[in-house]
Write a protein that binds this ligand. Structure first.
Ligand SMILES: *Cc1c(COP(=O)(O)O)cnc(C)c1O
Length: 445
């Protein structure tokens, strides 16, 4: 029962509020000022995710989007992605199952993780998924046995300057391993249909994409010389931080490099953005339970106890994810002091060090850019539930997407009550009716 409820919560999202032109901050303010909402909550600004998906497509018209759903698999995010016609990068049978249940065709899925057990391969194959990646001979032998008709992409390692490097764990070496692996695949009678790389999540060295595309070109040429034709180039994910001009630079570089090295339009070029599509669209609002100020090194240190933390959805709090005090005047950025934000769980490591104005237990905090690798990483250590999500969408965007098949009438509320709180995350009550037969130790009255 309890297990079921947790699964339910993970996937539960309340319907999206359709708004004239209310901003995400206005919606949060109304909800907080109503005093009815007592628990932390996320606002999912669907317009923001919509804009990021469209911008990605516009900036790189040659590149098809396969959303890396591990970054955020919340229901409305997936439905929006489906409505906008993107494909999906799945990392596990769990993700394959989740996206197939929405009615997505398995041929729109790339199972992009190069580590798979036989059971996972069989699961994908029977589900109708066709495409996956590999980066070792060991994997090829297994694929030969359990998924011989798979369309394979060789995953090569590309060095980069990234917040989360993936090259240590994934990817074969272009210089010394790739050609041997391609030959091994050919000798096993397997079909290698393309080349994949991932520069690492939060990649700031934009040149890395050009290096990856150049190496892919060399492998396409190797295969062509051997009489084998590859058809897919997968440039992975790693894109982030729209507020800088980085995304413009990187998308321009990719577009130019593709025009130069892959002018043949019959080569399908795909990308697997995760973070970029959803990060800016989710904002966390968190209430404060108590505060206390101590002196540390002759300076005040504010200890602020809040209702979410690193064992909840704040597991990887990034340097670009700002936290502000949120009160009736909006976001306060003045008089910043050293602050420790303690999460709710009884874990001494459950804290974040930040700068904030002094707070009271009446204030709320707002955390920006919380849409990627937050909800999906959350644990429920010590029985704490994670915040629920309130999606919002403007009338303008809603009018464009509401009739897509993926949505049903319950997905949107057109004249919403902005003051209505989200459902409680407390477990169902079990009222006490006197001692049960299983009481053993009893505490003194
Ligand atoms: C995680 C992952 C992605 C998405 O990465 P982002 O940095 O979120 O864009 C894409 N492809 C693969 C294979 C991944 O493992």
């Amino acid at each position: 029962m309890f297990q079921d409820k947790q699964r339910f919560r993970e996937f539960a999202v309340s319907p999206a509020f359709v708004l004239d032109e209310c901003s995400e901050a206005d919606v949060a303010k109304a909800l907080i000022e109503s005093k009815q909402q007592r628990e932390p909550f996320y606002i999912f600004d669907m317009d923001e995710a919509y804009r990021h998906i469209q911008r990605f497509k516009q900036r790189m018209p040659r590149v098809q989007v396969f959303f890396a759903m591990k970054a955020n698999h919340s229901e409305m995010m997936l439905k929006l992605a489906i409505a906008l016609g993107v494909g999906f990068d799945c990392a596990s049978p769990g993700e394959i199952n989740r996206i197939l249940k929405f009615g997505v065709d398995p041929t729109s899925i790339i199972y992009a993780v190069p580590n798979k057990t036989p059971e996972q391969m069989i699961y994908a194959r029977i589900s109708g998924v066709k495409h996956t990646t590999f980066n070792t001979a060991c994997e090829l032998y297994k694929i030969k046995q359990y998924w011989p008709d798979a369309k394979l992409l060789i995953r090569i390692k590309v060095e980069s300057d990234s917040v989360y490097k993936l090259g240590e764990k994934f990817g074969c070496l272009f210089e010394t391993e790739a050609v041997d692996l391609l030959e091994t695949a050919a000798s096993l009678g397997l079909t290698v249909i393309g080349v994949a790389f991932h520069v690492g999540s939060g990649c700031s060295s934009i040149e890395s994409y050009a290096v990856g595309i150049r190496h892919a070109r060399a492998l396409f040429d190797h295969e062509a010389r051997a009489g084998r034709q590859m058809k897919i180039l997968d440039i992975g994910g790693g894109f982030y931080r729209e507020e800088s001009t980085k995304f413009d630079q990187v998308s321009q570089l990719i577009t130019d490099t593709l025009a130069h090295l892959f002018p043949d339009p019959s080569v399908q070029v795909i990308a697997e953005p995760g973070r970029y599509l959803c990060e800016a669209a989710f904002t966390l609002y968190c209430n404060i339970n108590k505060v206390k100020t101590v002196m540390r090194n002759d300076k005040p240190l504010n200890m602020v106890y809040i209702s979410d933390g690193i064992n909840g959805t704040l597991r990887y709090f990034e340097t670009w994810q700002n936290v502000y005090k949120f009160n009736d005047k909006g976001r306060c950025k003045e008089n910043l002091e050293d602050t420790v934000l303690y999460g709710p769980s009884p874990d001494s490591k459950d804290y974040l060090e930040v700068k904030l104005p002094r707070c009271t237990d009446q204030d709320w905090l707002v955390f920006d850019m919380q849409g990627s690798y937050t909800l999906v990483f959350s644990g429920r250590f010590a029985g704490y539930e994670i915040p629920l999500i309130r999606p919002i969408i403007s009338k303008k965007i809603w009018a464009q997407i509401k009739d897509r098949e993926i949505f049903n009438s319950g997905d949107f509320i057109v004249s919403p009550d902005l003051l209505a709180p989200l459902p409680s995350t407390l477990p169902p009550l079990l009222p006490y009716h006197g001692r049960t037969e299983y009481s053993h130790l009893v505490l003194a009255d």
